[in-house]
Design a protein around this ligand. Structure first.
Ligand SMILES: [Zn+2]
Ligand SMILES: [Zn+2]
Length: 273
């Protein structure tokens, strides 16, 4: 285990109101309002600052009928991490809500799984159904980054910095990876879309956009193995993250939370979902 420990910030930049039935394969009997939140994550240590995912911009929000709540650029500046200073970005997968805003990051190297790049540029993108969550401009931008020498490929488990590692889980997208980060409270796992909501990992349910259902549910075991406890798994789109974890600062309440500090018990908010 590495000695290096990190602070982690979840920065919410967008929101989408929807019914719970839209969030689960086979639907949801409650059929209640269950919005999604959209996040990027900042990992900050004494030597390394790493961004996880880059979100989308206002134009994409309009195109996809989402609501920007805070621009990624504003949020990163408010956290003391100017976007043009960032040198390492982990892209968990190439869905539109995880890899836009690339003009903000002129100095960055992108860390991505081999299988995600192959998937997003290969034969399955011939099928309209499979390319729904992808944007060709985003994928082309990443191809240009490859040719500019700005992409670092990973295959399975790999270390990005001491105490920060990526782990391919697949499932929701073929090369989807989660991120494990050593903190003072132990190993925290940024699940990204390996578990959109707490309900997915906690109840073994599956989000409808899926490359491989078996890998999704198997992935929940991998998350549990990688994290110090269930309270160390941070889902990728759950609005409750900002309620469970302390705000990054009083001014950033409802915008950014500290994931390296202990959360309130998950059950306190999720009994009704
Ligand atoms: Zn996704
Ligand atoms: Zn997503």
């Amino acid at each position: 285990m590495a000695d290096e420990v990190y602070e982690i910030f979840a920065l919410k930049y967008a929101h989408h109101d929807r019914k719970s039935s839209e969030n689960f394969l086979l639907g949801d009997p409650h059929d209640i309002l269950q919005p999604l939140a959209y996040y990027v994550w900042v990992i900050r240590g004494s030597e390394y600052t790493i961004l996880v995912d880059t979100g989308f911009d206002q134009a994409m929000a309009a195109r996809r009928d989402r609501t920007i709540t805070t621009t990624v650029a504003y949020g990163l500046e408010a956290l003391g991490v100017p976007p043009d200073s960032i040198e390492d970005i982990i892209i968990t997968h190439l869905h539109y809500d995880h890899c836009g805003n690339y003009a903000l990051f002129p100095r960055a190297r992108y860390h991505i799984q081999d299988s995600e790049m192959a998937y997003a540029t290969g034969r399955y993108m011939c099928h309209p159904m499979m390319r729904i969550p992808f944007e060709s401009d985003d994928v082309v931008a990443m191809v240009r980054n490859v040719f500019a020498g700005r992409v670092v490929f990973h295959d399975g488990d790999d270390e990005i910095a001491p105490g920060v590692s990526v782990h391919r889980i697949g499932g929701h997208s073929k090369g989807l990876q989660c991120v494990r980060v050593q903190t003072k409270r132990g190993a925290v796992v940024l699940a990204s879309d390996t578990s959109h909501l707490y309900a997915h990992v906690n109840e073994g349910r599956v989000y409808p956009v899926t490359y491989n259902v078996a890998e999704v549910v198997e992935g929940y075991r991998t998350l549990a193995r990688l994290a110090a406890s269930p309270d160390h798994i941070v889902p990728g789109h759950d609005p409750a993250v900002l309620e469970l974890y302390p705000p990054a600062s009083p001014e950033l309440a409802g915008i950014a939370a500290r994931l390296d500090l202990a959360p309130k018990p998950v059950g306190s908010l999720h009994a009704s979902v």
